[in-house]
Design a binder for this molecule. Structure first.
Ligand code: FAD
Length: 385
């Protein structure tokens, strides 16, 4: 391999560049990124940046020392055999890393709406969160909950509109989600409500009700940013389909981060997670695979969120039908675990109980069985169950 082109200059892209150099790759590397910023972390955008505690979140990396030709503000538009078409001409490659992440879904309607994916998005939204502003956040998922936290803290009048029966219902199910609804104190939380359209001055709900708003934020999820690959000879299905080595269906091509749907040996399932931890760690495997080494990516996926003063963490993968057990009541600190039929742990969801998360993640990794009766006692450490 002489020339590696990395498309997408987010965390997964830059970490892959670091991993290639770390493994001794001495050839040329070009890093193409649609945004004008150098690589930065996204999790703080809805946390410290929106709360006004920090302005930038750049990844601590030295692009010059990595000898990478960084092309900010350049988008890939198509993939042809051996070459990426970009907004600034063609780039020939003999190794390709697809790390284009995901793009936020927007609501229908012509009225102004914010999304929150980029540093620029975060700065624009922060400027709009002024005391007394009427803010409608659409979607009570991870991003919606964090935006609502910041908006309430800023003194805004906040409404959250959620189509599902509870916050976080899509991610962790309505039962757990319902336990988090109590956190929306002082917020008008509308469950089972659908937005018809965003209009000038607010949002119209299905059924006709109009919610006045100075600020509308869409937090309704993302789609893998793979439109530029639509005509390429590459398997796409909920992102770029890759094997357990993160190799795509095209030779000399790997995909990594939010845009990649990989085969998990551990869970015998195809996973595509939108987690910072994956963007951080999967690049080691992607780089090794691109250089012809035998490496497998098979983590216990991990995610966290900071909302309404709570540290919320999730590890594992829980297909529907696993048994759900709680450690602790809904007030205070608690966690939930998903047990399989053979009493092994599939996933853990922890609220202000970081030990449950750390121990649970280890137990999932080891595949050991747990005693369901001991498990429901929050005083018994998970590792002793
Ligand atoms: P991205 O970070 O999306 O980077 C991809 C880059 O590729 C982007 O800069 C994009 O502009 C660029 N790109 C896209 N298409 C093209 C193209 N055609 N040509 C060139 N460049 C292109 N995860 C957690 O685990 N915990 C959290 O608390 C958490 N909070 C989050 C809060 C926010 C607001 C957001 C947006 C995400 C959060 N995440 C969190 C998720 C985490 O940030 C992502 O999983 C991570 O950013 C994925 O990294 P990536 O490099 O795969 O994709």
């Amino acid at each position: 391999v002489d020339h590696v082109v990395v498309v997408g200059a987010g965390l997964a892209g830059v970490r892959t560049v670091e991993a290639l150099r770390g493994r001794g790759f001495g050839g040329r590397i070009t890093l193409v990124g649609r945004e004008r910023h150098r690589p930065y972390d996204r999790p703080p955008l809805t946390k410290s940046v929106l709360l006004g505690e920090s302005d930038t979140t750049f990844v601590d990396t030295d692009l010059a020392a990595l000898r990478v030709a960084f092309r900010p503000g350049v988008s890939a538009t198509a993939l042809r055999p051996g070459a990426v078409e970009t907004t600034e001409g063609e780039l020939r490659f003999d190794g390709l890393v697809i790390a284009t992440g995901a793009d936020p879904v927007r609501l229908p309607g012509d009225g102004p709406q914010h999304v929150l994916r980029t540093l620029d998005d975060a700065h624009e939204l922060r400027a709009a969160l002024v005391p007394g502003a009427r803010v409608v956040v659409v979607g009570a998922g991870w991003v919606g909950a964090e935006v609502a936290t910041a908006a309430r803290r800023a003194g805004c009048v906040v409404t959250v509109v959620e189509a599902g029966p509870a916050p976080l219902a899509l991610a962790v199910g309505a039962e757990i989600g319902a336990r988090t609804a109590r956190w929306y104190d002082g917020i008008d939380l509308r469950l089972g409500a659908m937005v018809h359209s965003v209009e000038e001055g607010g949002v119209e709900l299905v059924g006709g009700e109009f919610l006045d708003a100075h600020v509308v934020v869409a937090g309704i999820g993302v789609r893998p940013a793979v439109q530029w690959l639509a005509d390429a000879d590459l398997d796409l299905h909920n992102g770029v389909v890759v094997d357990e080595h993160l190799r795509a269906s095209l030779p000399g091509t790997v995909a990594v981060g939010d845009c990649a749907a990989w085969w998990s040996r551990r869970f015998q399932d195809r996973l595509r997670v939108e987690h910072w931890d994956t963007a951080l760690n999967a690049p080691e495997v992607a780089a090794a695979s691109l250089l012809g080494e035998d490496a497998v990516y098979d983590p216990v996926p991990y995610f966290w969120s900071e909302q309404f003063g709570h540290m919320v963490q999730y590890a594992g993968h829980h297909p529907a039908g696993e048994r759900l057990l709680y450690r602790g009541g809904p007030e205070g600190k608690w966690s939930a675990v998903w047990l399989r039929g053979d009493d092994t742990l599939a996933a853990v969801f922890a609220v202000d109980r970081p030990r449950d998360l750390v121990q649970g993640r280890r137990i999932i990794g080891a595949g050991s069985r747990l005693d369901a009766e001991r498990l429901v006692d929050p005083e018994v450490p998970l590792r002793d169950c």
